[in-house]
Write a protein that binds this ligand. Structure first.
Ligand code: A2H
Length: 253
């Protein structure tokens, strides 16, 4: 971890009823997969959510109504940021693994897709953010390659019990234009750098560097209320809207 605290926006991806057996004890509550992002302005382009199959997660009471699914580490940090029913103490209702979360249908704020599914990503770090990541393959090289792996490898889908209808037919949604990279910058850069899979760490780091910087400084929104505005201008406005509407919360670590 760095010296400076990192501030994330936690996107509340709501689990659609009816709940599977494992989540039955949570009935009557609003249950969310809480995804940590640095790019709230990209939420229009969400196609799915990512979880680590072997990761340990829990369902934590945040207040009287809301339950967040995330890592215990994140729950403890949240408890010290006034985001726990019990002050300064995580309150876990159910322990879960990533396997329990694969295939959950979710409704996510701003997403063009009405329902998105929770899918396995093998490179998620459990000591960063919440261990839950929302997937925007148009603008995130990691997300683009993880989805590419699932689509191109039936054996990978079979291994994790991923049904075809959760990913196929699959479309990258254009949401931001970057003059140099077009309307699907992650796809363009992953193709240009000939990245083979989500495990191609060095090339992915370069792809992220290229798209992250240019997206912020030169990107223009193609969708939503701030269509036509520069990403730099739209980002704080979209972030504030999500927070004000109770669709997201801030989290630092
Ligand atoms: B970002 P930083 Cl469109 N493990 O959100 C791996 N990756 C994680 C994570 C974890 N535990 N927690 C968060 N992340 C991802 C959107 C996005 C992101 C776009 C483009 C780039 C991008 C949609 N996914 O991040 O190490 C989340 O993905 C590029 C860096 O704290 C989060 O923002 O800098 C970002 O990594 C946080 O990474």
């Amino acid at each position: 971890e760095g010296v400076q605290p990192q501030e994330y926006v936690l996107i509340k991806m709501e689990v659609v009823q009816p709940f599977p057996e494992k989540l039955k004890p949570l009935e009557g509550k609003k249950v969310f997969l809480a995804a940590a992002t640095l790019r709230p302005e990209t939420m229009y382009g969400q196609t799915n959510c990512w979880v680590l199959p072997d990761g340990n997660y829990g369902a934590y009471e945040i207040n009287d109504t809301d339950v967040f699914i995330l890592t215990e580490r994140a729950a403890l940090n949240l408890a010290y940021q006034k985001l726990s029913l019990v002050p300064e103490k995580p309150s876990c209702l159910v322990k879960l693994t990533g396997y329990d979360l694969i295939g959950l249908p979710l409704k996510s704020p701003l997403a063009v897709n009405e329902v998105v599914y929770s899918l396995p990503m093998l490179t998620i770090l459990t000591d960063k953010g919440t261990g839950i990541v929302t997937s925007v393959p148009s603008d995130s090289p990691d997300d683009y390659m993880a989805l590419h792996d699932l689509i191109s490898k039936p054996a990978l889908r079979a291994k994790y019990g991923v049904k075809d209808e959760w990913i196929l037919p699959f479309k990258v949604i254009p949401i931001i234009n970057i003059p140099e990279f077009g309307d699907k910058s992650a796809e363009t850069v992953c193709t240009n750098l000939q990245i083979k899979s989500q495990n191609d760490k060095e090339k992915l780091a370069e792809a992220k560097r290229l798209t992250y910087l240019k997206g912020f400084t030169e990107g223009t929104m193609l969708v939503g209320e701030f269509k036509g505005k520069k990403v730099q201008e739209a980002k704080p406005l979209i972030k504030a809207q999500l927070l004000d509407a109770g669709l997201a919360v801030l989290y630092s670590e």
